[in-house]
Design a protein. Structure first.
Length: 266
């Protein structure tokens, strides 16, 4: 599905069904350097089970036009304008990593438009290792390798993907490598500069789910626990032996957590 926003194309995958704004809407927001393909399984499930699903490409990512957004706050404002363009009055948000930070800011900024939050691989802040930030600007291939190495738990590095033939670390490397020049650096800089997470989380009033990878080295379990404590109506799910990429490393457990939280569409 393509939308036009301020003269630029915004792309969103719809889970294999035409999007209907009259159905309960779910927006899926990807992490740094990624795109809508990170959400293939959950977007498809909810699209075929009573929801209007949109897995977005943020500006400059995937098939969406425009430069990447410089701050998490700017991305949250952009999200509200995308909802307007799609005819969505209210939506549930599912965000991973940087996408989770965007979801938190959106729920704090326009609470009347957000019904629920599911936050994967997130915390109250998202500081970025200096070596990673520098490499993303000067040597992107080295940055890709760091993210793949740090972002996956030990089990993901030994193969055995639940979907036969898929290679988790190789797939992640390929996804990052197809990002446009400068996009990963812009994303990581936005994450590193996000200083309002604690205040934003304290303003969130809708029900929330925090999904924690027990072996996440990029946003450790203690960061997810701190986020959950700050949210007033929150439940947590911890996935054993999972790193920072739960949709790839533990797709079934991740989907089960989302189904249990969102339940059938009203």
């Amino acid at each position: 599905m393509e939308l036009e926003l301020e003269g630029r194309k915004v792309y969103a995958a719809t889970g294999g069904r035409p999007f209907d704004a009259r159905m309960p809407a779910m927006l899926f927001i990807h992490g740094a350097g990624q795109d809508h393909t990170a959400w293939q399984l959950p977007a498809r499930h909810f699209a075929w089970h009573g929801h209007g699903a949109l897995a977005l490409d943020l500006p400059g990512h995937g098939r969406s036009e425009g430069p990447p957004l410089a701050t998490i706050g700017a991305a949250a404002s952009w999200l509200a304008r995308v909802m307007d363009a799609a005819g969505i009055a209210k939506a549930a948000l599912v965000g991973h990593s940087m996408g989770a930070a965007i979801a938190i800011e959106a729920a704090a900024t326009f609470p009347e438009r957000i019904s629920r939050l599911a936050l994967l691989g997130s915390g109250l802040s998202m500081p970025v290792n200096e070596a990673l930030l520098t490499s993303a600007l000067a040597a992107p291939e080295a940055a890709f390798a760091m993210i793949v190495d740090w972002g996956h738990g030990p089990r993901a590095k030994f193969g055995g993907n639940p979907a036969p033939g898929l290679w988790m670390t190789g797939g992640a490397q390929a996804l990052l490598a197809r990002s446009r020049p400068g996009v990963l650096y812009a994303d990581l800089a936005a994450c590193n500069g996000w200083t309002t997470g604690d205040a934003a989380a304290a303003c969130v009033r809708c029900p929330a789910l925090v999904v924690i990878g027990a072996r996440d080295a990029m946003t450790p379990p203690r960061a997810g626990d701190a986020l959950a404590r700050r949210l007033t109506r929150c439940r947590t799910v911890s996935i054993a032996e999972c790193g920072h990429m739960p949709m790839a490393e533990a797709p079934e457990a991740t989907l089960d957590a989302l189904i249990d939280f969102f339940g059938p569409a009203a």
